[in-house]
Design a protein around this ligand. Structure first.
Ligand code: NDP
Ligand code: GDP
Length: 328
């Protein structure tokens, strides 16, 4: 039974990846940082019904010694480094923390693997935000980067450290440059989930409107359940490499509003307001990924489309709020 160590196991991708690896017969160990709210940590794993099947190991991305101890104890065959301060907007408020967890945290994990388990295969959760102010209409593995936030800059450092450890030490280290991916388990502060949750609350009479920032921003949005498959596939290859993972389809924040509100029979124009406070100091206007390499080399493709994704998210938010109201 192979062992996988997942950092960021309590996040969106960590939950779906755990479910996938368990279904393939892996022993799954997740890094868990100490929290005063430990009773609610693991909500996503519980939602997917897999929390009883994963093991947890105490550690923090900021503490190299804890990572070395975890790697020594669980002896992973595969390490998926998903932990990060992952919210772009927060990275301007906490640039140094973002650098130390999202950037240096990846270096800590690479060091832990190099020192304690160099034969393990390593996956780094890189991001399309590294393309930022896009240099080509379609972004692939050869597109130059132009990061636009402290988050993207931290991710770029982690990405190049992954490439460097592969080239310097021969680690089987791969970097997945994933475009935005969402699900009912997406953090509530990200725009898709803010919108699907608002559409559900407004439909149920729990709210009347939702303030948003830039409605014209465009992203290439896929489903997290599809994207964790690409992570696994990368680590099954003989040689490590970097891959863009995307749908190739771009939609705007306004499109998300139109579809999510439309799904519950509402007109978003009657409920969405704009708040300049939610605009970003530097924006990533539009991103569209070219995942041809992942398709050709990994046999991966995105299966769940934009409308199916949003419908699933709105339905899940409706169910959550109905349950809280006792109408479940
Ligand atoms: P989430 O924000 O949902 O999860 C982040 C995870 O990191 C949580 O488990 C969190 O733990 C953990 N974490 C944060 N700080 C620390 C720390 N100091 N020590 C240990 N663990 C820590 O992210 P997603 O699941 O959405 O994304 C997974 C990865 O992929 C992230 O690195 C993200 O930046 C990257 N990515 C995501 C994309 C997306 O569209 N979702 C696109 C491209 C890249 P806790 O629960 O304790 O807070
Ligand atoms: P990101 O691509 O990782 O930054 O993912 P987000 O979901 O946080 O943001 C996607 C886009 O939506 C960005 O261009 C934001 O500026 C835009 N956006 C517009 N309104 C909002 C909002 O209220 N919250 C968030 N999070 N993003 C918003």
């Amino acid at each position: 039974m192979p062992t996988a160590l997942i950092t960021g196991i309590t996040g969106q991708d960590g939950a779906y990846l755990s479910q996938l690896l368990l279904s393939k017969g892996y022993r799954v160990v997740g890094l868990l940082r100490r929290s005063a709210s430990s009773d609610v940590v693991g909500e996503r794993l519980r939602w997917l019904g897999v929390i009883e099947e994963v093991e947890f190991a105490d550690g923090n991305m900021a503490d190299l010694s804890s990572l070395i101890r975890v790697v020594q104890a669980c002896r992973p065959d595969e390490v998926y480094n998903l932990a990060a301060q992952s919210f772009v907007a927060a990275s301007w408020q906490q640039p140094l923390l973002t650098g130390s967890i999202t950037g240096l945290g990846a270096a800590n994990m690479l060091e832990a693997v190099r020192i304690a388990r160099p034969e393990a295969r390593f996956y780094q959760a890189s991001s399309s935000e590294m393309f930022g102010k896009r240099q080509q209409a379609l972004q692939n593995e050869r597109t130059p980067f132009y990061p636009r936030s402290p988050y993207a800059i931290a991710k770029l450092y982690a990405h190049w450290m992954t490439v460097n450890y592969r080239e310097s030490f021969g680690l089987h280290a791969s970097s997945g440059i994933l475009f935005n991916h969402e699900s009912p388990l997406r953090g509530i502060e990200f725009v898709t989930r803010r919108i699907t949750d608002a559409a559900a609350r407004i439909k149920l009479g729990l709210a009347r409107e939702i303030p948003l920032g830039n409605l014209e921003a465009q992203r290439d949005w896929g489903h997290a359940r599809d994207y964790v498959q690409a992570m696994w596939l990368m680590l099954q290859q003989t040689a490590p490499d970097d891959y863009v993972v995307a749908t190739g389809q771009t939609r705007s924040v306004r499109d998300v509003c139109r579809f999510a509100f439309g799904h519950v029979g509402l007109d978003y124009r009657e409920h969405v307001t704009t708040d300049p406070q939610l605009l970003r100091p530097a924006e990533v206007d539009t991103l569209t990924g070219d995942a041809a390499k992942a398709r050709d080399a990994l046999g991966w493709e995105s299966r769940i489309g934009f409308e199916e994704l949003l419908a699933e998210m709105v339905e899940a938010d409706l169910a959550r709020h109905r349950q809280a109201l006792g109408r479940g």
